[in-house]
Design a protein. Structure first.
Length: 277
């Protein structure tokens, strides 16, 4: 029987991971007041300033000079539930955690996966979507048919990502990119890459757009993407978790997810697949 990883079971699955990351709760106040009156430590009162790389289509990217994508719209929905104005910005992925800790923005809403290593430095909200780490190869290639075939191959990944770590387990020949989309495009150029490891959703979107690549096998793992915050911002964490719960319950989440992916990203088959942590 196939198992579904729903929002409610997701919270339970990550409880042990995030329990040590600011789970002490105090009495909360009504978030409708926003800013300092609600106890939030915000960079700019009345605004939720949230960061992404802006290079991770379809989750966060620029189009016609505007930042858009699934992450951006989820961030806006969260801000609205908290009585705040959404203020999405971009920053390099390689230094995004450092920039958060330096208080350059309030939170990261940029498809950051929960990992134990990251949880030592930041707090994570409840997950707001799930995706699988997937291998992609050129459409006409039959050299790589499973993860074992990656041994010694040239793999393209985004630096400082979970895919970076995975690639190093297979080969020393890793090529780094600041955008998964650019890496996937390089798969179509003969001799540049043997494979790319990235999110299944990102690769499938590229295939749907006409890129001549294909996926290999089942996802290597399931990632849990969440909002990342500074550890001291416990009131903000509570407000964001409440907002995520509300947008799931009132159908806002499913509407946004269906708009971008024609499915609900909180419903994932888990049979035989590891959960990254």
């Amino acid at each position: 029987m196939k198992k579904k990883f729903s929002f409610l079971t997701a919270v339970a699955a990550t409880a042990m991971l995030i329990a040590g990351c600011g789970s002490d709760k105090e009495e909360t106040t009504d978030n409708a007041g926003a800013g300092e009156e609600s106890g939030y430590n915000l960079k700019e009162d009345g605004k939720l300033t949230y960061a992404s790389s802006g290079l991770y289509k379809p989750f966060n990217y620029e189009e016609a000079g505007e930042l858009t994508g699934f992450d951006v719209e989820i961030g806006a929905a969260i801000a609205e539930k908290m009585g705040l104005e959404p203020n999405p910005i971009t920053t390099p992925w390689e230094t995004i955690t450092q920039s958060l800790l330096a208080s350059n923005f309030d939170v990261i809403i940029g498809s950051m996966a929960i990992t134990a290593e990251r949880a030592e430095r930041v707090n994570f909200s409840d997950p707001y979507y799930y995706s699988g780490g997937m291998i992609f190869v050129p459409e006409g290639s039959d050299e790589i048919t499973s993860a074992e075939d990656l041994e010694g191959k040239r793999i393209g990944v985004v630096a400082q990502s979970t895919y970076d770590t995975a690639a190093k387990g297979y080969t020393d020949d890793v090529k780094y990119y600041n955008s998964d989309v650019v890496a996937l495009n390089d798969l179509t150029v003969e001799g540049r890459l043997d494979a790319v490891i990235t999110a299944d959703v990102v690769g499938f979107e590229a295939i749907a757009a006409g890129l001549e690549i294909k996926d290999v096998g089942e996802p290597l793992w399931i990632e849990q993407a969440a909002v990342a915050l500074r550890k001291e911002d416990k009131e903000l964490l509570e407000g964001i978790n409440k907002a995520i719960e509300e947008i799931v319950e009132d159908g806002t989440y499913e509407e946004i997810s269906n708009k971008w992916f024609e499915r609900n990203l909180l419903d994932v088959d888990l049979e035989g697949i590891d959960i990254l942590n």
